[in-house]
Write a protein that binds this ligand. Structure first.
Ligand code: NAD
Length: 456
């Protein structure tokens, strides 16, 4: 079937209205849960084929998170679907005021390669629970996962409800010309701009989940052992190929030496000098990303690590001494290299952070409430943690998304349902009373009445 025919078919199906019922939403969510649980191993193996991700990492970040999200939607979708009653001002009295949530229609979800199942299916859960029909475009850079997703969705779903379109730039470009009712994109800021331009042509609403340089700040009062453990965990999971990985560590100058020495111990304990077997650590996705990271490493001052293997595409987790203007500090690293830079005081820190575009995440390591609040209130970023990395994604009650160059629109939990729903405000009025104060012909008596009743 051509892409045009597929979208036409999905649009006709949506207009027939069956995807809107609670029964249908629930059964599609359950079918998705079945697909994931029945094929958990195959799915994790496909990610392993694509870039050598250890099974336990895939299970936790790709499978468990999705199952948890599906269950949450199954439990709550009936309440979320109901029109919400809101109060109204005296000028609308007597009336009932309701907010209806309608599905948007036929939506497109474009995924990134680095969590190739999670990033495609996590938004899908919201799209289904909101009652839409969906086209999924997984990343071509994880080909084994993309082709497995295609095979499984063809088996478990009718194409008019959910369909996978495989491919790269050519297929995405063709998809972006179709009259979708929403586009949800996860990927780079560069491609995000292309998506938004294409969507603007047809005034299609978009959600952009992009990347950026997410800092981890370690203040002088932080627990350095715990900070190093949690920063390196966030940096090494998926070999740093995580949108919310700490990109660089910004350490108070008084604790620089301790952070370096504790980091060395942490890395030795994580990998026991054996990061290359793939048992505990992922490789770099392809040669071009490997070469990009290798070149960054080659031009850096390495404090720890620095080994690479171009045949297996493993790069040792590496701590790098950096300055603000170094090459490694210009673009999102998306790999296991952690530049360390220092700050003198809060003013210095704020000035430097504000000079970069707003990151997707930011992590603050400190025991001081005052310092936490200073950062949270003064620096724009998508979301983050205090004394941890990445785990804010594990709470479906928290909105997940970026700001500025790291994107816009948030999802997870109810936020996902909302993003794929169209809100409609309805005021319901009885036919009686029908005072003529608002109708022409206007006169002073009517104005005085109006002022006396409604103006405070
Ligand atoms: P990418 O932008 O290269 O590709 C993302 C998707 O866009 C893929 O499906 C790809 O096929 C498609 N695409 C590529 N070029 C296109 C074009 N010209 N027109 C239309 N579509 C096109 O990103 P990537 O390399 O897959 O992922 C890495 C980036 O994604 C990083 O910047 C990372 O921070 C970001 N990311 C963000 C999140 C998030 O949730 N915010 C999650 C994961 C990754």
């Amino acid at each position: 079937m051509t892409i045009e025919k597929l979208i036409e078919l999905q649009k006709v199906t949506f207009k027939e209205g069956n995807t809107r019922s609670f029964h249908n939403r629930k059964s599609v969510l359950k079918q998705l849960k079945k697909l994931i649980t029945n094929h958990e191993k195959e799915l994790c193996d496909a990610v392993n084929d694509d870039f050598g991700k250890p099974y336990i990492e895939s299970y936790i970040t790709e499978i468990y998170t999705l199952l948890e999200e599906v269950d949450y939607h199954l439990k709550n979708v009936s309440a979320w679907m109901k029109p919400a009653s809101v109060s109204g001002p005296i000028v609308t009295f007597p009336s009932k005021n309701k907010i209806y949530k309608h599905p948007k229609g036929t939506v497109l979800i474009i995924g990134a390669w680095n969590y190739p199942i999670h990033l495609t299916l996590m938004p899908l859960i919201g799209a289904i629970s909101a009652g839409n029909t969906v086209v999924l475009k997984p990343s071509e850079l994880a080909p084994a996962t993309s082709s497995l997703l295609k095979k499984l969705f063809d088996k478990y779903f009718k194409p008019e409800i959910i369909s996978v379109v495989e491919g790269g730039v050519e297929e995405s470009t063709q998809l972006l010309k179709q009259p979708f009712d929403h586009i949800f994109f996860t990927g780079s800021t560069r491609v995000g701009k292309i998506v938004m331009k294409a969507a603007a042509e047809q005034l299609i609403p978009v959600t952009l989940e992009l990347g950026g340089k997410s800092p981890a700040i370690v203040h002088h009062d932080a627990n350095i052992g715990v900070s190093a453990n949690r920063i390196w965990w966030g940096k090494t999971i998926n070999a740093g190929q995580t949108c919310v990985a700490p990109d660089y560590v910004f350490v108070h100058e008084s604790i620089e030496e301790s952070f370096i020495s504790v980091s060395k111990k942490v890395l030795s304990s994580f990998y026991e000098n054996d990061y290359q077997t793939g048992k505990n650590y992922t490789k770099i996705v392809n040669d071009s990303h490997f070469i990009r990271l290798y070149n960054l490493l080659k031009n850096s001052i390495i404090l720890h690590g620095g080994n690479t293997n171009n045949e297996t595409r493993f790069i040792e987790p590496s701590l790098i001494k950096a300055e603000w203007n170094d090459e490694i500090m210009q673009e999102e690293i998306f790999g296991p290299l952690l530049p360390l830079i220092t700050y003198k005081n809060e003013h210095d820190l704020k000035e430097k952070l504000l000079s970069k575009s707003s990151p997707l995440a930011l992590y603050i390591f400190t025991e001081s409430n005052e310092f936490q609040e200073f950062i949270i209130r003064n620096i724009p970023f998508g979301g983050g943690c205090v004394n941890d990395t990445i785990s804010h994604l594990g709470n479906h009650n928290l909105p997940f998304g970026g700001t500025g160059h790291s994107g816009f629109g948030s999802y997870h939990g109810k936020y996902s349902f909302d993003i794929f729903s169209r809100e409609q405000g309805i005021l319901k009025k009885p036919s009686w009373p029908d005072p003529d104060v608002r109708y022409p012909p206007y006169n002073d008596t009517k104005l005085n009445w109006f002022k006396r009743i409604f103006t405070k």
